[in-house]
Design a protein around this ligand. Sequence first.
Ligand SMILES: *Cc1c(COP(=O)(O)O)cnc(C)c1O
Length: 383
Amino acid sequence: MSLNQNHDHAGAVAGAIAGAVAGAILSIDLGALRDNYLFLRQKLQGAACGGAVKADGYGLGALQVARTLVQAGCRDLFVAHLEEGIALRPHFSADVAIYIMHGAPVGCEAEVLAHGCIPMLNSLPQITAWRELASQKGMRLPAVLQVDTGMARMGLAADEVAACVANPELLAGFELLFLMSHLACAEDQAHVMNLQQLHAFKTLRQQLPACRASLCNSSGIFLGEDFHFDLARPGIALYGGAPVAGQANPMRSVVRLQGRIIQTRQIPAQTSVGYSATWRSQKNSTIATVAVGYADGWLRSLSNRGVAFIAGTEVPMVGNVSMDTITLDVTEVAPEHLHPGALVDLISAENPVDIVAQRAGTISYEILTSLGARYHRHYIEAH
Ligand SMILES: *Cc1c(COP(=O)(O)O)cnc(C)c1O
């Protein structure tokens, strides 16, 4: 938790100081988040649009993100762990559903119910345990059923769906809110698995009691109306990540990460920079040291591969990423932008999270969910 989340006066003052001296500032544009939500909802043409807020809202703050989505009309929030759901539940009224994507942890069914969360049941043991609780309570309990159509990760396989169908008593204990499955390759629009999974989902759906259905993550929404069903579960696109590989990203940028220059220094040719001396200057150079490192989630794989922007100029990250610092070759940047305390852009509209991820050899999801706890967090409210 950062200092600026304290709401007393001392906290506010400390927050202002922290913003001025923090080694790095993470700005989260809640207006852009809201616009992204409204854009996806419009694309869904009538199907409901939920929001995946697991993993602390993809690293951006689950509560701030969820509040923004609910204010924009979202009534379906998805988290992975029960603890995530329990933390969010008191902040929202009962018409906002909070789904636990891992389902009810075995032995914790009563806690799920007591905390007003809804399990996404994804195995026969989970179904049986939730059914037993329904019997004990003498009431039907709300549930979502997950079927597997191509991830082999969670959800009922086809033979387990058949076993459920053969035992109608099992599902009779539930108020089945919807049937869901998850797409494995949706960001690649030409991938054969998309239509295979759609077909498998429709087939399984026909065998089960009639209820609503949900298949799409962010990318799935862009596969077209056939995939939309009744409810979508976007995550990454809400946070500015590109939903379709190889196409221009239509989402607004939500995250800006700025690192602070601690010092600059002149080095002659043939001087090595950083741990393991993986980079060596070719000529007289200026190096800026910035107060962000792998302990902040600035991945070490960005060593000699990342870039930063200073007053619109792209500069290369040189040398290995350290725990608390990175080093930039700023030889081409005008000195007035290089004083200690100046901020450089590490993630921004001109250096989007997908490009950073590509350079790091990973995906935007991992960049966002790795964003560190040391950043001074600044939320730009949606108006
Ligand atoms: C994380 C997750 C989502 C959201 O996926 P994005 O690709 O971020 O849109 C949707 N559904 C399930 C089951 C998930 O695990």
